[in-house]
Design a protein around this ligand. Structure first.
Ligand code: ADP
Ligand code: MG
Length: 247
C-alpha cells in the first residue's frame, strides 16, 4: 500500500531525515519507533505532503505521490493525526468531526447552512466507533487530553482514510488512557479494516500491537522487521541501550 524509498529532508543544511525506508502492506499495523529527534514526525509530514522531500520516493498504491499537496494526498486515502492536538476548541466534539466530513465532501463549511444537517449519521457512527458518542455535545476545549487525542483520531476518520497515520497517539496519556488508545487502534484495524501507521518512542508498547516495526535513528531507517528481528538487531540494541535518550 505504501512504499517509502530513500526519503531525505534537510532544514537549513540539517538532515532531519537522511535515509528513510518503509513498507506498509494493506491491513497491517506498522509502528515507527525511534528516540526524540529521530525524524518520525518529519517522515509522516513528508508522506502526507505537509513537507516536500529533497530526495526519495513515496509510492501509495503504486503511484509516486511526492509533490502532491496535502489535500490531494488526503483524498487519495492517507489521513494524518498530528502529534500536537489540532482541534477546534470552541466547537463541540460532534461539530469537529462533522466539519472534517463536510470538508472531505467539499460541502460548505458554514455551520449555519443546510449542510449542518448533513453528515449527521456518519458523524455519529465515527463518534460511536471511537467511544466519544456520550461526549458529542461537549465543547472540545473542555475535554481531557486523552479524549482530545481520541477526537483527533475521529477527525482523521472523517477523511475516509485507507491508511491512517498517527503521530504519537499516546503522548502525554495516563496508563489507562494509553491502554484505551491501544485498544482503539486495534479495533480500527480489525473492525474497520484500516491500515495503521503510527509512531511511538516506547518500544514495549509497540511490540504489543504492531505487526511490523521500523526503527529510525538520526534520520535513518536502521531496520524494519517483526519484533524478534528488531529486538535482536545490534544497532537497535545500541540505540536503545547505549545511553541515547528515549524520552
Ligand atoms: P521526532 O518526531 O522523531 O521526534 P522530528 O521529525 O520532529 O523528530 O525532528 C527530527 C529533527 O529535525 C530534529 O532534530 C528536529 O529538531 C529537526 N526539525 C524538525 N522540523 C524542523 C524544522 N521545521 N526546522 C528545523 N529543524 C527541524
Ligand atoms: Mg515527533
Amino acid at each position: 500500500m505504501l512504499h517509502v524509498e530513500t526519503l531525505q529532508k534537510s532544514f537549513d543544511g540539517f538532515m532531519a531525515v537522511s535515509d528513510a525506508n518503509l513498507i506498509v502492506n494493506k491491513g497491517e499495523i506498522i509502528a515507527v519507533i525511534g528516540p526524540n529527534g529521530a525524524g518520525k514526525t518529519t517522515l509522516f509530514k513528508l508522506i502526507t505532503g505537509h513537507l516536500k522531500p529533497d530526495n526519495g520516493k513515496v509510492y501509495f498504491k503504486g503511484e509516486n505521490i511526492v509533490g502532491l499537496p496535502p489535500y490531494k494526498i488526503c483524498k487519495k486515502g492517507i489521513s494524518l493525526s498530528f502529534q500536537i492536538v489540532n482541534i477546534f476548541n470552541r466547537l463541540t466534539v460532534f461539530e469537529n468531526v462533522q466539519v472534517a466530513i463536510l470538508s472531505y465532501q467539499k460541502k460548505s463549511l458554514n455551520l449555519f447552512s443546510p449542510a449542518k444537517k448533513l453528515a449527521i449519521k456518519e458523524t455519529n457512527e465515527i463518534l460511536e466507533n471511537v467511544g466519544l458518542i456520550d461526549k458529542a455535545d461537549n465543547i472540545s476545549g473542555s475535554l481531557s487530553h486523552g479524549d482530545q487525542k481520541v477526537l483527533e483520531i475521529a477527525i482523521a476518520l472523517g477523511n475516509h482514510p485507507e491508511l491512517l497515520i498517527l503521530d504519537e497517539p499516546t503522548a502525554g496519556l495516563s496508563p489507562e488512557e494509553t491502554s484505551a488508545t491501544i485498544e482503539l487502534i486495534k479495533r480500527l484495524n480489525k473492525d474497520l479494516g484500516l491500515t495503521i501507521l503510527f509512531c511511538e518512542h516506547d518500544m514495549d508498547l509497540v511490540f504489543a500491537i504492531a505487526d511490523n516495526i521500523m526503527v529510525m535513528q538520526l534520520g535513518k531507517t536502521i531496520i524494519q522487521g517483526n519484533s524478534d528481528e528488531v529486538r535482536c538487531n545490534t544497532e537497535v540494541q545500541e540505540a536503545y541501550l547505549g545511553g541515547g535518550s528515549d524520552t
